[in-house]
Design a protein around this ligand. Sequence first.
Ligand code: G1P
Length: 286
Amino acid sequence: MKIRKAVITAAGYGTRFLPITRSQPKEMLPLLDKPLIHYSVEEAIKSGINQIVMVTSASKHAIEDYFKPSPDLVSFLKGKGEAELQKSMADISKMADYCYVLQKEPKGLGDAVLTVKAVVGKEPFALMLPDDIIDSAVPGLKQMLAVYEKYGCSVIAVEKVKPSDTNKYGIIRPKKLSKGVYQILEMVEKPTPSKAPSNLAIVGRYILTPRIFEILEETRPGKNDEIQLTDALNALLKYEKLYAVELKGTRYDAGTPLGWLQANVALALKSKDIGKEFKSYLKKLV
Ligand code: G1P
């Protein structure tokens, strides 16, 4: 079944990026000149998915404002003769169909996914965590869709991490099928290095079958007293196979100051407009 919808979760407090996230949604932090969440929307569209379902919280109206039509700005730019900028600003609201669902309380990623049950319905869907930025020649989700089309089951993106970092991620127990593709035998949410079943960590891209909703309804709070998607995925293993794919490209965890800076520097160096000047600035600086 074709994947038509991408769910983007954007309801969290952004505690790893306080104090800026007291008033600024983490997903709206700039990566060069676009907010982080714009990159997830673009990745979905480049992967052939243009129905975007955002899970937000009551204080995150800036996200909806960003993707709304902006007739005043567009006509102002038209008056100034800024045709290119006018088009790209109009495109932001036109490039996808947007829908917003409120997560009423911050009860974890599993709970955030459950809020879109009625909107997604009985079809498989993509799930994106927008603080994970995937910089790759082939969009991250597109790489995963190829694996989904082959096996017809849920697919999760993974990445090898340092053993000391396993406690920041869901970690899979893998059975290798081919280069970078695994069957998942088990998942553990944020294990200590000694309890980790491998060093393959879940990154924020999933393709999920709709059975996950039924399972989430039965999932009790787990780690940190939150409803963990990883626990529900483990339960899904009783009914369906799950696969993991190592994405080709670079992932940045832009939800922390260090990862956000790394992503900004990497993208700035590649920028047609400022790349050259920024590189010579950096060379002088370090
Ligand atoms: C979530 C998941 C975790 C996954 C991570 C990827 O954790 O629970 O399994 O490894 O996203 O970004 P969070 O970062 O929301 O704590």
